[in-house]
Design a protein around this ligand. Sequence first.
Ligand code: UD1
Ligand code: CA
Length: 439
Amino acid sequence: MQTNTKSAIILAAGDGKRMNSAKPKVLMEVAFEPMLDWVLAALRGAGIAPENTAVIIGARAELLQKHLSKSHGGVQTFVQSERKGTGHAVMQAEAFLRERVGANVAGSIGGSVAVLCGDAPFMDADTIAMAYEQHRSGDYGATVITAELDNPANYGRIIRTGNGANTITHIVEEKDCTEEQRAIREINSGAYWFNCGGLLETLPKLTTANKSGEYYLTDTIGLLHSVSAYKAADSRIVLGANNRRDLRGLNAIAFEESINKHSDNGVEIIGDCYIARNAVIGRDTTLLPGTVIRPDVVIGEDCKIGPFAHLRPGTRLADGVKIGDFVELKSANIGEKTSVAHLSYIGDADVGSGVNFGCGCVTANYDGVNKYRTTIGDNAFIGCNTNLIAPVTIGENAMTAAGSTINREVPANALAIERTPLRIKENWKLNDDRANKRK
Ligand code: UD1
Ligand code: CA
């Protein structure tokens, strides 16, 4: 009998029709990351490995499956082909739960399983972990993560046992509320801890005798012997998105939060910048308006970035780097005090320190099939409008002349110039014609 294993089930079979998208709802992004990835990251942070995580998928299951196998190896999926409610969704993972209890269900508690919504990205690792501690601290069949809202509309209401106890008797869905119950402001976040054994015994008892005609997972709460409520400190953990307006709201919250965090860390942020939440930025770096920082970017101290710079995944900037306007970087290591000041694309590149890029430099990193790297030594000078055809290496202190297309190695200290000789034709007749036309 395993009693200490932690696992999780994420409900993600909803169709999200109101998103008006070809994508499944949980793949819609908040701060450049699919909502589902936020939930998976919170689980990992709370000590629940992908191997112990199941996702219930339904609408556009192939797309979800593809995303999970690419980015979250080990996560199991279960298909809910008909959407008959949250209880029905969990029933699809019966085999997963059984594995966690062992063969003999009767009397066995088994491990604990968290059930979460795939479309509520702000549920965080600390809340999940602290709710788990509370769950294990007493003889509880489940622990519901709750929140207090000014406007509880559309959420399930928490019915407490009273006497100041931590325990609750049941959850009532908005549609099934009495007038009195509707006034309750403590709501069900849709996230819970269950004992695997108890959940397995309770699921078959659910019925569709309610206003929605669905199997409500929330009805298990009334059926279990003792259930505690863990009220989250920050009610934003409940926020989800049903449509693109909601999604904009979640993005605004997520970006504001990362801007505040980096400001507190000593980063100077001027105007609107959009920073993925795992970005690392050194202090005294300045971000100017329109800067976009995607996930997996690390920036040193004292850098100047923007306006309108686009730092894509795999960008690593050492200290004192300057990235100016309309510069895009991807999978690029940029050394100390290197400057890419204007209108350039540097992708799949390893660039030394003290390098200067003139305006309009481009790494041609892609031949339509494969990507190749560009390597540039310390203190090289890349002239304006240089095309670097990767794979290619530019040695230390080397220089490329403006307008050159470089398709083979330039040794250290050399000048590479690739240019058709300039021809000048004196007294060009067309100039007279143009002058006459202007008259
Ligand atoms: C549910 C809770 C409610 C809670 C709210 C929090 C129930 C009956 N009610 O209501 O108490 O306050 O969440 O957001 O559980 N899903 C499936 N398959 C289904 C139905 C839903 O996978 O058949 C998934 C959805 O994709 C979503 C999650 O379950 O991720 C919650 O479903 P949703 O329909 O949003 O539940 P609510 O009515 O909001
Ligand atoms: Ca919902």
